[in-house]
Ligand binder design. Structure first.
Ligand code: CO
Length: 156
């Protein structure tokens, strides 16, 4: 496992539509291990592969409900609306207010290629939506009602 550099807004890889994973192999396991190490070191709620320069549909989410590895994830249903604050490890020093569904259902594969479903609500649903957007080259600042600078002492 190794800690990976998190690319910042302005890097072209963050704007690409990522490719589906087709090989559920050791390389995928190594990518997931690096993503887990990196998201924890950065105290993030989630991380998408393009944020470490890999244009593949792979996401990790680290929330109160648990640690999730989502490969080729797709949102299949959504309900309601929530308005709340959001940040991104690739947009350092900023936060924004973003509207998201209150509840989402998603389908994904695990590292072995097995299909699963999850249901997420509240902050977990927000994290799923935010990370899945990364796989299509979308950043929260594209959708935010407002984006503002964090005070200098809070910048990460
Ligand atoms: Co992000």
């Amino acid at each position: 496992m190794s800690l990976r550099y998190v690319v910042q807004n302005g890097d072209a890889v963050l704007r690409e539509k990522c490719a589906e994973v087709t090989k559920f192999d050791k390389d995928l396991a190594a990518l997931l291990a690096d993503m887990k190490e990196t998201v924890r070191a950065e105290n993030g709620a989630g991380l998408a592969a393009p944020q470490i320069g890999v244009s593949l549909r792979v996401v990790v989410i680290d929330v109160a409900e648990g640690f999730f590895e989502l490969v080729n994830p797709v949102i299949i249903a959504q309900k309601g609306e929530q308005v709340g604050e959001e940040g991104c490890l690739s947009v350092k020093g900023k936060q924004g207010v973003v509207r998201r569904p209150e509840k989402v259902k998603a389908e994904y594969r695990d590292r072995f290629g097995k299909k699963h479903k999850l249901t997420a609500e509240g902050f977990f649903a927000r994290a799923v939506c935010h990370e899945l957007d990364h796989l299509d080259g979308v950043l929260y600042i594209d959708k935010a009602d407002t984006v503002y600078d964090l005070p200098a002492e809070d910048k990460n």
